[in-house]
Design a protein around this ligand. Structure first.
Ligand code: HEC
Length: 178
């Protein structure tokens, strides 16, 4: 065996054993009440976007954005998502800073991704984060209503904006369901 090959093997062994030792001897941090370093967030976000590009089917929303569907979306959001992502009353989630990584506020900062992208996130969740996969809890229809709400939040029809103001605008908690 050449000296070069031996060098490569030894280096790889040291890296693998070092990584294993780091983890098995308890050096790996597990606390969730700290902010992830920038490099980690940007790498993880990139990995997630790329994985979604590869895996997510390019499906279109089978529902039409009627007032009723959007209002249903608001109820579903309040019941299932507001706890982590912030309420329709625009109050930030009190839990948000306790996650690693923290859930984004979807009301003040709605996603500008295509609907197939948002739907896939809701349906399959995000591994190694607090974002659950909703496919075992919500129907396809409800997941599409939520997707629709998030992608239309900046351009809601006047009647739905009125519904929002009346039912959620002055709510003091995020668990109020109309
Ligand atoms: C227990 C907490 C929790 C609940 C409940 C929750 N999420 Fe999440 N969600 C997260 C976290 C944490 C992330 C961030 C994942 C990451 O950093 O990639 C996230 C990410 C997302 C994203 C991606 C945002 C982006 O910027 O790309 C969407 C969309 C989303 N959630 C929608 C929902 C919807 C809709 C519901 C309700 C059906 C919901 N979430 C319920 C914790 C939660």
């Amino acid at each position: 065996m050449g000296k070069f090959t031996l060098g490569v093997i030894v280096t790889l062994l040291v890296l693998v054993l070092g990584g294993l030792g780091f983890t098995m001897l308890g050096f790996f941090p597990t606390a969730a009440n700290v902010e992830p370093p920038h490099i980690e967030s940007s790498l993880a976000t990139r990995a997630m976007d790329q994985s979604m590009e590869r895996h997510a089917p390019r499906v279109t929303n089978p529902l039409t954005p009627t007032d009723q569907n959007l209002e249903d979306g608001m109820k579903l959001y309040t019941m299932n998502c507001a706890l982590c992502h912030g309420g329709l009353d625009r109050k930030p989630s009190s839990l948000a800073a306790s996650f690693y990584p923290p859930p984004p506020n979807l009301i003040s900062n709605p996603p500008d991704d295509p609907e197939w992208h948002i739907f896939y996130t809701i349906r399959t969740g995000v591994r190694y984060t607090g974002m659950p996969a909703w496919d075992k809890t919500l129907s396809q229809q409800d997941m599409w209503k939520l997707t629709m709400l998030l992608s239309h939040l900046d351009k809601l029809p006047p009647a739905v904006q009125e519904y929002w103001k009346t039912n959620f605008g002055v709510a003091t908690t995020t668990s109020v369901v109309p």
